[in-house]
Write a protein that binds this ligand. Structure first.
Ligand code: 8YV
Length: 323
């Protein structure tokens, strides 16, 4: 079994240090030495550790013929070609559950900030504007109708939190969730039309690309707010910017974007838009738990060729072929 470990893309510094010191891992160069590096080391690599920011393409997998596992730091793994991994019998793991609370907390924080204008009000105070004028009235959060797009683990945690604010919750998912207490909308557009706050909590990737298109945003309407803690790819960002500029959407709270870390310049001046730098899971506690689960998955694979938390595609296709 080839057991050499390869770091692909930047990692949390302590995780990168552990991989180098404890596992003698290699780091994939991202300059023009990459090809020579892969020719020399590619055949010895058994495991890759990466994140949703970088991932592993089918091309890279082809250069790693002994690859047995891709260990992803993060719940989202849309930058890894999972179909190619399944075909090659390569396991893929992620870090579900441990980040659910922080991502759901961020969704609530974004919604409150967006509707109540907290960040904008903070800027108002710091600019010294308060003595000259009262801060404009904002919008109430409690009791607003909330629609969750994607009722997975994170979507459910967001729903529970909004219930505590007296918000009626409905949802749309690929499939109706059996036993869910929330009413199901048959399409994203229907969900958007019936809520005040639309929260995106789906996975990314080709299956959800522009699921929230212009039509859905128009259905949300000029009194509706969009909150996105999922992936930038889920939204037609150009349409969103246009509708925000026209006042055809009331506001947006965004943690994710189409081309991170690029943020549309037009949004910078809008006080009804809250812009976060993809920080939803970014607390000391949660990132430590993600790091531990990443190492636990790697250790399990090294011990017996399985992983603790395979991604659903791998779990359902039984792609386990240990090397
Ligand atoms: C992290 C995330 O920012 O888990 C995810 O899918 O988007 C975030 O938790 C990211 O994975 C860290 O690289």
């Amino acid at each position: 079994m080839n057991r050499r470990i390869l770091q692909v893309g930047p990692l949390k510094p302590s995780l990168a240090a552990t991989l180098t010191e404890r596992y003698n891992a290699l780091v994939l160069p991202d300059d023009d030495t990459r090809s020579g590096f892969l020719a020399e080391h590619g055949p010895t690599i058994g495991a890759v550790v990466t994140t949703g920011r970088t991932g592993v393409s089918a091309d890279l997998m082809a250069r790693l013929p002994s690859l047995g596992v891709i260990v992803n730091f993060g719940v989202g793994y849309d930058t890894t070609d999972v179909e190619a991994a399944v075909e090659r019998g390569v396991l893929v793991s992620n870090t579900p559950d441990v980040l659910t609370d922080c991502v759901a907390d961020t969704a609530i924080g974004l919604a409150i900030d967006t509707l109540r204008g907290l960040s904008a009000a903070d800027r108002f105070v710091r600019r010294g504007d308060w003595p000259q004028a009262a801060y404009p009235l904002t919008r109430k959060v409690s009791g607003k109708r909330v629609g969750i797009l994607g009722l997975g683990r994170i979507g459910r945690a967001i729903a529970t939190r909004f219930e505590a604010f007296g918000c009626p919750v409905s949802y749309h998912s690929r499939r109706e969730v059996p036993g869910s207490p929330y009413p199901y909308a048959v399409s994203p557009a229907e969900l958007a039309a019936e809520v005040d706050i639309l929260v995106l909590a789906t996975s990314g990737g080709s299956g959800t690309q522009h699921l929230v298109d212009r039509k859905v945003l128009e259905a949300l309407g000029s009194e509706g707010y969009l909150i996105n803690i999922a992936r930038g790819s889920v939204v037609d960002q150009d349409a969103l910017v246009e509708l925000l500029l026209e006042g055809d959407i009331a506001g947006a709270g965004l943690d994710v974007y189409t081309d991170e870390p690029e943020v549309p310049a037009e949004l910078m001046a809008l006080d009804n838009v809250v812009l976060l730098p993809h920080l939803a899971s970014g607390t000391v506690e949660t990132r430590a738990a993600m790091e531990q689960l990443t190492l636990d998955n790697l250790d399990r694979w090294l011990a017996d060729g399985t992983v603790l938390t395979p991604v659903p595609e791998v779990a359902s296709r039984g792609a386990a072929r240990s090397r």
